[in-house]
Write a protein that binds this ligand. Sequence first.
Ligand SMILES: C[S@@+](CC[C@H](N)C(=O)[O-])C[C@H]1O[C@@H](n2cnc3c(N)ncnc32)[C@H](O)[C@@H]1O
Ligand SMILES: *[C@@H]1O[C@H](CO)[C@@H](O)[C@H](O)[C@H]1NC(C)=O
Ligand SMILES: *[C@@H]1O[C@H](CO)[C@@H](O)[C@H](O)[C@H]1NC(C)=O
Length: 298
Amino acid sequence: MKQENNAKAILAIAMKLSKPIAYLIILLVTYTMGYLIASSSSSPPPFSSISELTNLPNQLDHFRVTTRCSDRPVQPELVRQTILDRVFNSRSPYDNFPPPHVRDLLRTKRVKGWGSYGAVFDHLVRSVKPRIIIEVGTFLGASAIHMANLTRQLGLRTQILCVDDFRGWPGFRDRFKDIGMVNGDVLLLQQFMQNVVSFNFTESVLPVPFSSASALEKFCEWGIFGDLIEIDAGHDFNSAWADINRAYRILRPGGVLFGHDYFTAAANRGVHRAVTLFAQFHGLKVMVDGQHWVIDSS
Ligand SMILES: C[S@@+](CC[C@H](N)C(=O)[O-])C[C@H]1O[C@@H](n2cnc3c(N)ncnc32)[C@H](O)[C@@H]1O
Ligand SMILES: *[C@@H]1O[C@H](CO)[C@@H](O)[C@H](O)[C@H]1NC(C)=O
Ligand SMILES: *[C@@H]1O[C@H](CO)[C@@H](O)[C@H](O)[C@H]1NC(C)=O
């Protein structure tokens, strides 16, 4: 290669010069060679603008997803067993709970939520009368247990699926020192389950301990749809946007999607923008109930 021979000759001269100058020349030569090599390879031209990207004729759905939702929805009365079969080897995760190695690390009841008792829950449970509620973001179960209580009082036979990776967020134990940890495994799932046991809601509340992305994709593939879906997991724009879009695909026609932090400080971090953009995109109306946003698809 001619370029390389030239570079070697320049390097040889540089070696004879004083050290600082030599280093400078070596630096320049290697930088230039890197530039020449990079620009001679054939990479596709970058997109010049967002509109060029979104106007590609074959990209009908800019939020393309790989999974198709099942066209045979699981009947509400079969949803619990479907989750037990697919996620828990056909056994209830509450069987023989708590296991001996965590028993002493759990508190009988340890609940803490954010806006988890807002009137919005009562309003929506009454108006939607949901058979299936999907909660995305559960933490210790404050809002899930509250909804379970509301549905029980109304005599509804509701199943609540609690999607959460039960990791909290990096560093959350600064504020929740009393949540146990075993070899780096934080006991959020176990403390949530203990709370459900203590409030006697094990028949109506099931954890789905995975990331929102993977759980909601699987629900869609399995045909698990929600009448009421609450979004309260990651509060940055990208997380909220992804969760809302995935949840909308598994919302039963006429169902209601709602979520926390439309007006609270966390809204600055993206929930507000994600909800507004989503509603604009689908021509839906955003209603506000306390700290929550509500999108009624009916
Ligand atoms: C604000 S808390 C939920 C509070 C609960 N809804 C309440 O009112 O009591 C947020 C939860 O979302 C969960 N979370 C955050 N990002 C997640 C993700 N990508 N997948 C699954 N769970 C996630 C965290 O583990 C945390 O428990
Ligand atoms: C359930 O609702 C009743 C009536 O509002 C209330 O007194 C009770 O404390 C609630 N229980 C839980 C676990 O939220
Ligand atoms: C617990 O809930 C079940 C319904 O799921 C009910 O039949 C039972 O009486 C409740 N037990 C207690 C101790 O409240």
